[in-house]
Design a protein around this ligand. Structure first.
Ligand code: PRX
Length: 655
């Protein structure tokens, strides 16, 4: 593991302001340590108490953690609850008229929904789903734009115990199809179109295309929310308009009480090999993670205007849009559009207009805004902000400093939150009133999260030395399994090489001499493009599926804004193309990947060779390709290469 060497040496440190500490939910380092000690002293007692305090139980649990079938842990498993009841009904008596969601459309139009209104909409839609025969345990695909309706759809599934699987609207028909099949979905909820950055992007036609492909006949119903009003093809009786479905439906709906371990949702994410993994979350443990991190990390207060910019298609949009803020009774912003439309001041204008207090976004968005308007935030009144957050990839110290000084005006702590689709909620993140911050570090594990850095034999390494990031004990919000593939869950996350005991996150990390965690990146062949995990293998498979392509290898290259850019090395079935022809085929293949997977996976660059560099045993030399993609000097031993001449070809960008 000495190969994972940390090269970042950051010495700046930012203690929390006394005024912030005074009002914080967890105030001062002592309070943080007290929570950690409590968790260490009585692990089950610690989590059991939090689950009692945070969650409204229909039937209270008597057991906290069952580890007998490692690593398929169960939490609170004789308890019963309903997640939608926990997010909506609980607020009806205390704050029915509080605004739950302030929705700002791409064109600037604002719509607000109170807790009472949201409750009614969810109940009506849940009744609509029931009228289609959808029941507890059925899988429902949600392929929708950012909208109040997307949250209603998720909450309505939770209300009737159906398991939702949200597919990001940027994914192609092909990816949608793959997820429908894997989930065995009975219904798809979508929209006619989505509108982003002034452009309309079709969704319904992608659903039609996906459902026309082989094997998708488990889907009996398609519910379409009318967003743009564009004419769409209609397949009666399968298709039904959202507005027709809820017509005459009752606005109350008895929740389905489910077991604490009942799957709330699955969400597909990239792995290094094979098809995407359907990460399956529980109900109670998942909700507890979302709620407690709202309190600890976002220092949530009832007066906050909370804004997480993530799309509901990603886990961040589940935990910190659809579930966490609602369970806490927060007022939150949802934004349909993109940060740079109509100009790069859009985020800052939204913060000013709605007096946002807590702003949570991704480093890729921050970098793009620095690039397109470093001084723009100064033109807006951002004085309502009190806390900033970052998620999705490591934030470079310089981007952190800009975020801190220009957006937060050196007043707002930044919570850099490390977590994953699989962990469900924040794992390593600052408690902003309890600890000094270091730019680029996600600081300390949350209380009850036993995160450490180990070597490849599973032994903890000394502070200051890099290694694999693992979590030693199960925690409530951890994914329970991979949909339909428990063996892959065990092998991927609890590998035997590490003794099979610890949860392996798939990231490398370094804990410095003060105990601060620094995430160094993924250890598998997974890229992180604009904060989204993409498997190189999936992009390679998509390229090879093109009739022109014989072989492909995909690597990442550092990119100013996206974090990593996708670079593909391709061998065609015919002659290696040159000049104009190479340009033409490159465009064709890039568009092909966008169509196969979605535009987020589109390679930035394609290079052609007569062959790929391989070892004598036939393994593609990815490390070498990474060096080539980055334009670095080749220091590796290339003597084992079958055909050293191809290196020169692959070093040539298409002109
Ligand atoms: O590599 C880490 C990176 O994103 C991965 C998780 O991706 P995903 O499951 O798509 O979830 C993204 C949103 C939680 C991690 O394995 N990552 C996420 N947050 C951070 C991060 N890397 C460094 N710092 C972070 N704050």
């Amino acid at each position: 593991m000495s190969a994972i060497k940390s090269i970042l040496h950051e010495t700046r440190i930012f203690p929390p302001d006394t005024a912030f500490v005074k009002q914080a939910n967890v105030a001062g380092t002592g309070a943080y340590h007290a929570l950690c000690t409590e968790a260490e002293r009585d692990y089950q007692g610690f989590w059991g108490k939090l689950a009692q305090e945070q969650i409204l139980w229909h039937k209270v649990f008597t057991r906290v953690l069952d580890e007998s079938n490692h690593p398929f842990f169960k939490w609170f498993d004789d308890g019963e609850l309903n997640i939608s009841f926990n997010c909506l009904d609980r607020h009806l008596a205390t704050q029915p008229d509080k605004v739950a969601i302030i929705f700002e459309a791409d064109d600037g139009k604002v719509t607000k929904s109170t807790y009472r209104d949201l409750y009614r909409r969810v109940c009506q839609f849940a009744n609509g789903l029931r009228s289609l025969g959808i029941a507890k345990g059925d899988r429902v695909i949600i392929y929708m734009p950012m909208s109040i309706e997307a949250v209603v759809a998720m909450q309505a599934c939770a209300r009737i115990g159906a398991i939702h699987s949200v597919v990001f609207g940027g994914f192609s028909a092909k990816s949608l199809h793959e997820r429908i099949i894997d989930a065995g979905a009975v219904a798809v909820i979508s929209a006619d179109e989505q509108i982003r950055g002034g452009r309309a992007i079709p969704l319904k036609s992608a659903v039609d295309e996906a459902l026309a492909m082989d094997g998708a006949d488990s889907v009996k119903s398609v519910v379409i929310y009318q967003r743009s009003g564009k004419d769409v093809k209609w397949h009666a009786p399968r298709d039904v308009w959202w507005h027709d479905l809820i017509k005459d439906k009752d606005d109350t709906c008895e929740p389905e009480w489910v077991n604490a371990e009942h799957p709330l949702f699955t969400l597909y994410t990239s792995g290094s090999t094979g098809k995407p993994k359907g990460v399956q979350h529980s109900s109670a443990g998942y909700l507890l993670g979302a709620m407690i991190s709202m309190k600890w990390v976002f220092d949530y207060k009832p007066t906050d205007i909370f804004w997480c910019t993530a799309d509901v298609g990603w886990v961040t949009g589940h935990s910190y849009v659809a579930y966490g803020p609602l369970a806490m009774g927060a007022t939150q912003i949802m934004f349909e559009g993109v940060p740079t439309y109509p100009d790069a001041g859009r985020f800052w204008k939204i913060i000013q207009d709605h007096k946002v207090t807590t702003f949570y976004t991704a480093p890729t968005a921050i970098r793009s805004l620095i690039k397109s308007g470093p001084d723009l935030p100064r033109q807006y009144d951002l004085s309502s902000l009190r806390l900033l957050g970052s998620v999705g990839e490591p934030i470079n110290p310089e981007a952190w400093m800009w975020y801190y000084t220009v957006v937060g005006q050196s007043r707002c702590p930044i919570v850099d939150t490390w977590w994953q689709t699989e962990t469900g909620s924040h794992m390593i993140a600052p408690m902003p009133g309890a600890m000094p911050l270091k730019p680029g570090s996600c600081v300390f594990p949350l209380p009850g999260i036993m995160a450490v850095v180990v070597d490849e034999a599973g032994h903890e390494v000394e502070d200051g030395k890099g290694g694999f990031l693992v979590i030693k004990r199960p925690f409530p919000s951890l994914a329970r399994t991979l949909w339909g593939d428990p063996e892959r869950f065990r092998k991927t996350y609890f590998p035997q090489d590490l003794g099979g005991k610890y949860y392996l996150a798939g990231d490398s990390a370094n804990r410095d001499l003060n105990g601060y965690f620094w995430i160094m990146g993924r250890i598998d062949d997974v890229l992180n493009v604009s904060g989204h995990r993409l498997g190189t293998m999936e992009i390679e498979s998509a390229l090879v599926a093109n009739p022109l392509v014989a072989e492909a290898a995909v690597v990442g290259k550092p990119h100013d804004i996206k974090g990593e850019a996708v670079i593909a090395f391709v061998v065609l079935k015919g002659m290696r193309p040159q000049g104009e022809n190479a340009r033409k085929i490159s465009t064709e293949l890039r568009d092909w990947v966008a169509k196969e997977i979605g535009s987020i996976a589109k390679p930035d660059e394609i290079r052609f060779g007569d062959n790929l560099p391989k070892t004598r045993s036939g393994k593609i030399m990815r490390r070498l390709l990474r060096a080539i993609a980055r334009g670095e000097e080749i220091t590796q031993d290339v003597s084992t290469l079958e055909n050293p001449a191809i290196l020169e070809q692959l070093q040539q960008p298409i002109k």
